[in-house]
Design a binder for this molecule. Structure first.
Ligand SMILES: *Cc1c(COP(=O)(O)O)cnc(C)c1O
Length: 339
């Protein structure tokens, strides 16, 4: 095990020993290559740089009490990266290659997988982009697939604590028939201005509304939104939202705990009626929301006792984290050991 202060690890990049790469040329994927360099040698006309032909994934490996390393729902990430590739006309990374790449990257960097009980984990970042040179607007004929890993601390250093969010009305993250449902870099570029304004206002993140009517809750910054009321888990149904694997997992757990699940439009006014609200994604699992302020009207929606997550969010969070780390049984077959 590496000598790292695991408990004060930030959610950021730290160099590890190896990464893996694979190149798509002449209509096929080559051999998986192992590299110890953090740099890529790129053609300056690569479509990934000019026309946003780029998609990524984010997942984590956890060390359990038994010291074994666990992957969580990796196949869902592999399939989502295929969807992203299709959506912006890139070569698809086959599931088998994806699996070999992530497990190779994890195995080679085993000593960076944080110990059990630190709240830290190994973040895995698969990346796919057009690396072939083009000047006209069209898909590249060459692609690069990279997987690097980096140990990360818990997303919120203060722990599982409620955050304040801001409803953004000046910016849209994704168009109604755009690429919001794909994990592509362009969506992130489009969200940066809104996030900056939210941060400047003292908010943790921005809540986007549907771009067409500005009536319904869409994405919660780089995470999905959910609300809880009347024993029901409610999350937006929208083409411009990224299908979060964390959200899907929380829905499954909630259903099995006896909650009803509703996937539907959530009008802004309905924010007033939730008992709990949260944002969910791999990085934080759940960020409970303490308040949501509408930047236009100044109206503030508040949830629960101000500094504690609500009981349902807490229960869902603890169950999901328990399954990921192996503390709880995994009745869903979500967890896979890396040996
Ligand atoms: C990655 C991502 C999420 C979370 O997805 P998970 O699979 O739960 O990590 C949510 N929203 C956006 C915009 C994302 O890019």
């Amino acid at each position: 095990m590496k000598n790292i202060d695991w408990k004060s690890l930030p959610f950021g990049y730290m160099k590890t020993d190896y990464n893996v790469r694979c190149y798509y040329r002449d209509g096929q994927w080559g051999e998986l290559e192992i590299s110890s360099s953090e740099y890529l040698n790129l053609h300056m006309a690569a479509t990934g740089l000019h026309y946003g032909q780029e998609a990524f994934e984010g997942m984590k490996a956890f060390r359990g009490k038994d010291d074994k390393i666990r992957l969580f729902r990796w196949r869902d990430n592999a399939l989502r990266m295929i969807q992203s590739a299709r959506g912006i006309l890139m070569a698809e990374v086959p599931e088998e290659l994806f699996y070999r790449a992530i497990t190779t990257a994890v195995r080679l960097n085993k000593k960076y997988v944080p110990p059990y009980g630190t709240g830290a984990s190994l973040y895995i970042r698969p990346l796919l982009f057009g690396s072939g040179a083009e000047v006209g607007v069209k898909p590249a004929s060459e692609y690069t697939f990279v997987v690097f890993v980096t140990p990360v601390g818990p997303y919120f250093k203060e722990g599982f604590k409620p955050v304040d969010m801001m409803i953004t009305r000046k910016h849209d993250r994704a168009a109604p028939q755009g690429t919001g449902h794909l994990k592509v870099g362009g969506n992130y570029a489009a969200s940066l201005q809104a996030l900056k304004e939210a941060h400047e206002g003292g908010f943790a993140s921005s809540l986007f509304l549907d771009a067409h009517e500005k009536k319904y809750i869409d994405e919660a910054g780089p995470a999905n939104f959910f609300g809880i009321k009347n024993n029901t888990y409610i999350t937006p149904d929208s083409h411009s939202i990224l299908p979060s694997i964390t959200n899907k997992s929380l829905q499954q757990i909630a259903r099995d705990k006896g909650l009803k699940i509703e996937l539907r439009h959530i009008p802004v006014e309905e924010l007033d009626t939730f008992e709990e609200a949260g944002a969910c994604g791999t990085a934080a699992v759940i960020s409970p929301i303490r308040s949501i302020t509408d930047e236009e009207t100044g109206k503030k929606y508040s949830y629960g006792t101000q500094d504690q997550p609500g009981p349902v969010s807490k229960d869902l969070y603890e169950t999901l984290v328990g399954i990921q780390t192996g503390d709880l049984a995994d009745p869903y077959g979500w967890v896979e050991l890396v040996d």
